[in-house]
Ligand binder design. Structure first.
Ligand code: H79
Length: 452
C-alpha cells in the first residue's frame, strides 16, 4: 500500500494532499495488472485473456450434496440445515444420472463457450477425489470423479474449462472462520496450515484438470490477507501461465467494479448484476438463471428476455456473462433451465455475431439499447420494443455504408448533422432483443464513447 504517513511526514500536509488528490483517480481506475503491487512483473496472459473475452458467454455450475436439501450451497449450513446433517449429506450423494457430456452439450446448445465448475464451495466439500481430505466425491456412494469427467467433456467439445474454489471453508477445522449455529469449534484452527492445504488442493486441481480459469471466492474474511492474495497469484501464475485468475484471489473490492494496480487478479467479478461499461478492465458478471446458486425446487427461472438483455448489456459493457445453472440431486439439469438455455442458444445462432468476439460500445449501454462493435460493424442491441425513428449520435469521422437487420435486410437511414436517424420497420423479428447492424467504411475500434 502507499504509505500516506510517509508523504505527510516528508512533504508536509499540503503537498501530500496534492499527491493524493492527483493519484486517487488513477488508483481507482488504473487497469488491473495481474500480479498487483507485490508482483509488478507478473502480468495477465494477454493472449488467453483476449480469447476468454471473445467467448463472452459461459456456464457456471453450482452443485453438490446440498442439492439433496434444495437449500443454498454453503450458506444453509448451520442455518436451514443443521451442521451435522449438512456435513453428512455426502454419504447419500449418488447422482446416478450425472452425464458430463450432456451438460457440455447443453452448454454448447446454449451458445456458451466456457464452463466454470464449483469444485469447493464455502461448505468445504470437494467435488474431485482429493488426496488431502476424505470430505470429497470419492467418499460418496457415487465415487466417480465428477470434476475429471467434466474437464474431459469440455476438452473434447472445445469448451474452455475453469474451476471455482472458495478460500474460506466453514467445514475445515484448520480454517478459523465459521458460519451459522452452533459456532465453529476453533480449537484446531491454524490459518498457516489451512493455507498449505489450499495450495496442495489448488496444485492438485491444476495438475490433474488443467483448468484455464481459476475462480476464487470467499476472500473477504479477515483471515485471508492482501499479502497472501499476492503470494497465491504468483504461485499459480508461475505454475501455469495459460491461466486466468479472478480478482477474488486478493482483497480488492468484492463486487469488483474498479480496477487498481494494487490488487492481484486478471478480471473483475461483479456478482448478480451487470458490470459497468469498461474498456480497460476485463470483467465478468456472474448471474443465476433462477434465484439460488444451488438447485432449489420450483425456483423462479428468469425469462428469455431477461437473460438475453443481461447478455446484451454485458457484451455492450465489454464484459462477459457467466450464467449459473444448478443441477438437481440426481445429476440432471431440470427441464425448465434446459429449455431456457436452448432458447438463448437459438437466439445466439442468429445474433451471435453481435456478441462473440466483439468489443463493447461505442454507445454507452442503458435500459433501451446496448451496442457492440467488430471490424467494420457496429451492432445495436435493442432491449425494448421500438419502432419508427431511432435517433442516435452519429459516430464521428466514419462513413456509414449501410444499416441492416441481422439477416442483411436493408433499413432506411439518414444522417442529419451529428445525428443518425434509422427508420425502424413497423415490427422487428425478435420478441425480446433485436439487432441492427451499422456497417461503416474502415474500422470501428477507435470510435469514442457515445451517448445515444
Ligand atoms: O458462489 C456464489 C455465492 O454462493 C458466493 N459467490 C457466488 C459466485 C457468495 N458467497 N457469499 N456471497 C456470495 C455473498 C452472500 C450473501 C448472501 Fe446471505 C447469502 C445473501 C443471502 C445469502 C448471508 C446469508 C448473508 C445474508 C444471508
Amino acid at each position: 500500500m502507499i504509505d500516506l504517513q510517509f508523504f505527510f511526514r516528508h512533504f508536509g500536509q499540503r503537498m501530500a494532499m496534492a499527491v493524493v488528490v492527483f493519484l486517487f483517480p488513477w488508483l481507482l481506475f488504473a487497469q488491473l495488472s495481474g500480479g498487483g503491487e507485490f508482483n509488478p512483473d507478473l502480468h495477465t496472459n494477454e493472449q488467453l485473456l483476449k480469447r476468454w473475452q471473445s467467448l463472452r458467454f459461459g456456464m457456471f455450475v453450482h452443485w453438490g450434496p446440498v442439492s439433496l436439501r434444495g437449500t443454498e450451497i454453503g450458506w444453509s449450513r448451520g442455518t436451514q440445515v443443521p451442521v451435522t446433517d449438512y456435513d453428512s449429506l455426502y454419504k447419500e450423494f449418488n447422482p446416478v444420472l450425472f452425464d458430463a457430456e450432456a451438460w457440455v452439450d447443453l452448454a454448447k446448445e446454449a451458445g456458451m463457450k466456457y464452463l466454470v465448475f464449483v469444485t469447493k464451495h464455502h461448505d468445504g466439500f470437494c467435488m474431485w477425489p482429493s488426496a488431502y481430505t476424505d470430505y470429497d466425491i470419492g467418499s460418496t456412494p457415487f465415487r466417480r470423479d465428477i470434476t475429471g469427467e467434466l474437464a474431459q467433456a469440455c476438452r473434447d467439445a472445445g469448451i474452455m474449462f475453469g474451476t471455482y474454489y472458495s478460500i474460506l471453508d466453514w467445514w475445515n477445522p484448520l480454517y478459523p472462520g465459521g458460519h451459522g449455529n452452533p459456532p465453529k469449534d476453533t480449537s484446531r484452527a491454524d490459518m498457516k496450515k489451512y493455507i498449505t492445504y489450499m495450495y496442495h488442493q489448488l496444485d492438485e486441481l491444476l495438475d490433474r484438470y488443467q483448468p484455464e480459469v481459476i475462480w476464487f471466492d470467499g476472500q473477504w474474511e479477515r483471515y485471508w490477507t492482501h499479502e497472501e492474495g499476492g503470494k497465491l497469484y504468483a504461485h499459480l501464475r508461475k505454475k501455469k501461465d495459460d491461466l486466468l485468475i479472478n480478482n477474488r484471489v486478493d482483497k480488492g473490492n468484492v463486487q469488483g467494479e474498479k480496477g487498481t494496480k494494487i490488487y492481484a487478479g486478471d478480471f473483475l467479478t461483479p456478482e448478480q448484476r451487470i458490470g459497468a461499461y469498461d474498456l480497460q478492465n476485463p470483467w465478468e458478471s456472474c448471474i443465476t438463471i433462477a434465484r439460488q446458486w444451488a438447485w432449489k425446487p420450483n425456483d423462479k427461472v428468469k425469462s428469455r428476455g431477461e437473460i438475453l438483455r443481461t447478455l446484451a448489456l454485458a457484451a455492450g459493457g465489454n464484459g462477459n456473462l457467466l450464467l449459473n445453472v444448478s443441477p438437481m440431486l440426481d445429476g440432471r439439469i431440470e427441464r425448465r433451465q434446459q429449455q431456457r438455455l436452448r432458447e438463448v442458444g437459438a437466439w445466439l445462432k442468429h445474433y451471435g455475431d453481435a456478441i462473440y468476439g466483439t468489443t463493447g460500445g461505442p454507445y454507452l449501454p442503458d435500459s433501451v439499447m446496448a451496442s457492440t462493435r467488430k471490424e467494420n460493424k457496429i451492432y445495436l442491441l435493442l432491449l425494448q420494443e421500438q419502432k419508427g425513428d431511432l435517433a442516435l449520435a452519429a459516430p464521428p469521422k466514419v462513413k456509414i455504408e449501410e444499416v441492416t437487420l441481422m439477416d442483411g435486410k436493408a433499413i432506411p437511414w439518414e444522417k442529419k448533422k451529428d445525428e443518425l436517424h434509422i427508420a425502424l420497420p413497423a415490427s422487428l423479428p425478435d420478441p425480446d432483443v433485436n439487432v441492427i447492424v451499422i456497417q461503416v467504411k474502415g474500422d470501428v475500434s477507435e470510435i469514442p464513447d457515445l451517448r445515444r
